[in-house]
Design a protein around this ligand. Structure first.
Ligand code: FCB
Length: 428
């Protein structure tokens, strides 16, 4: 019998992930408006200064290298860069350039997301995703972003979790822009695919060959009632739409969503064919799907099937689904990057074990021939978690939200041991 691979090769990248709005602080965008409208779970919560990464970035680069990271994922905040439509803020662009150069000087390869959920406040009013002008507007923004990356050897992620943005913002109306309309969701989906294509082109024109892709939130799905054909159909159709439709469009140029009564799309976008150099996977958990006889026909739940206990945010700890997810993306025939994986663990005691079991699945996938090249832990620091506000703690480093002091959690030692030793050992 073949012994499973226990080591990561020297060219496998270990890094950490963040996003602008969640860590930088002082950003005025559609999420800030959403907060003021009282739309978070805790209506008075505000992101505000976040964890002040905008001023503490050098300290944060040091924290990343201290755990053995050699890559650092950030996002660029569109609202800082283009506060009014067509007016680009040179100081903001310069600020990002300076930060990226420093990052590089710390030995960290930048992984740069152009769009991580947030928009300038004018965007939804003037050129929302369901209108075709959105594509041109994003192209122009991407051109300015590409100029920032000259000489940095960065990896580029155009969109973070486009299906989460669409599901939350266009189908459920729970996040900005707060629309709940299946037809508009599909128009927006098409434009996001087109926007990825033009952004990648801009990046390529400016910088030559750059590894460009998207980060996709990928869930393992299971029927809530294993014997129920409708629950099983939901798993098949929902899994295809949520996990694969976007990746597939960037691979084949065919956009296919088939969720009867919710949203459907069937169109060819030939320019999207073969438009990503890697497949970005954000994996956290598994969801059980149950058919309900009223729109939107789907009930979505996390269940503690193994007695491991749900995570603090209420998600199932399901490393087994990580391997399945990685097997599933082998079909795209591209290198795979884990652009996010992590656990909300407020005590800090479960995280080493979570890392161990999930990294074991990465090794298992590699042993099966899935070309996983990098793993970015979400997140370096505790930060502002969207609708959940300040409750969850995903950080390798604990942040005191009053003093903003960063303190290592037990997972820091473990992460460093694996990232530098390259061997997957069990945590103590
Ligand atoms: C992902 C998001 C990221 C963070 C984690 C917990 O869906 O991309 O910003 O909120 O979940």
């Amino acid at each position: 019998m073949r012994t499973p691979e226990r080591t990561f090769p020297a060219d496998f990248t270990f890094g950490v992930a963040t996003s602008a709005y969640q860590v930088e602080g002082g950003i005025e965008n559609d999420w800030a408006e959403w907060e003021r409208a009282g739309r978070l779970k805790e209506p008075h919560a505000r992101c505000g200064r976040a964890v002040d990464h905008w001023s503490r970035y050098e300290e944060d680069y040091r924290l990343a290298t201290a755990v053995g990271a050699t890559a650092f994922r950030i996002s660029l905040e569109w609202a800082r860069i283009e506060p009014e439509r067509g007016r680009f803020d040179e100081a903001a662009l310069e600020g990002y350039r300076e930060r990226l150069l420093k990052m590089k000087a710390h030995g960290l390869t930048p992984v740069v997301t152009l769009h991580h959920f947030t928009h300038p406040t004018w965007f939804h009013r003037e050129t929302p995703w369901h209108q075709p002008e959105s594509v041109e507007v994003f192209r122009r923004y991407s051109r300015r972003c590409a100029a920032l990356l000259e000489g940095l050897d960065a990896r580029v992620i155009t969109f973070n979790e486009p299906m989460v943005l669409l599901l939350g913002g266009y189908l459920q109306g729970a996040i900005p822009p707060g629309i709940a309309d299946g037809a508009l969701t599909m128009k927006a989906l098409e434009n996001l695919v087109r926007a990825h294509v033009v952004a990648r082109r801009e990046v390529g024109e400016k910088l030559g060959r750059v590894e460009t892709g998207i980060s996709q939130n990928m869930l393992a799905f299971a029927p809530d009632r294993w014997w129920n054909p409708l629950d099983r159909a939901l798993v098949r159709l929902g899994g295809q739409a949520y996990n694969h439709a976007f990746h597939e469009a960037l691979s084949t140029g065919k956009l296919r969503v088939n969720m009867p009564g919710v949203a459907t799309a069937r169109m060819d976008i030939p320019e999207a064919r073969d438009s990503a150099e890697f497949v970005g996977v954000n994996y956290y958990s598994r969801a059980h799907l149950r058919f309900v006889p009223r729109p939107p026909f789907i009930e979505f739940k996390y269940r503690d099937t193994q007695g491991r206990g749900l995570t603090d945010i209420g998600w199932e700890d399901w490393p087994e689904g990580f391997l399945q997810t990685l097997r599933d993306v082998k079909r795209y025939g591209k290198p795979v990057w884990i652009t996010e994986n992590g656990i909300d663990d407020r005590s800090g005691t479960r995280r080493p074990q979570y890392l161990h079991t999930h990294l074991a699945q990465v090794l298992a996938a590699r042993a099966e021939g899935v070309d996983v090249q990098g793993y970015l832990y979400w997140s370096l620091l505790d930060n502002f978690e969207w609708l959940e506000g300040w409750g969850p703690r995903f950080g390798l480093y604990h942040v005191d939200f009053d003093t903003l002091e960063r303190r290592p959690t037990p997972a820091c030692d473990y992460f460093r041991q694996v990232a530098t030793g390259r061997k997957l050992v069990a945590p103590l």
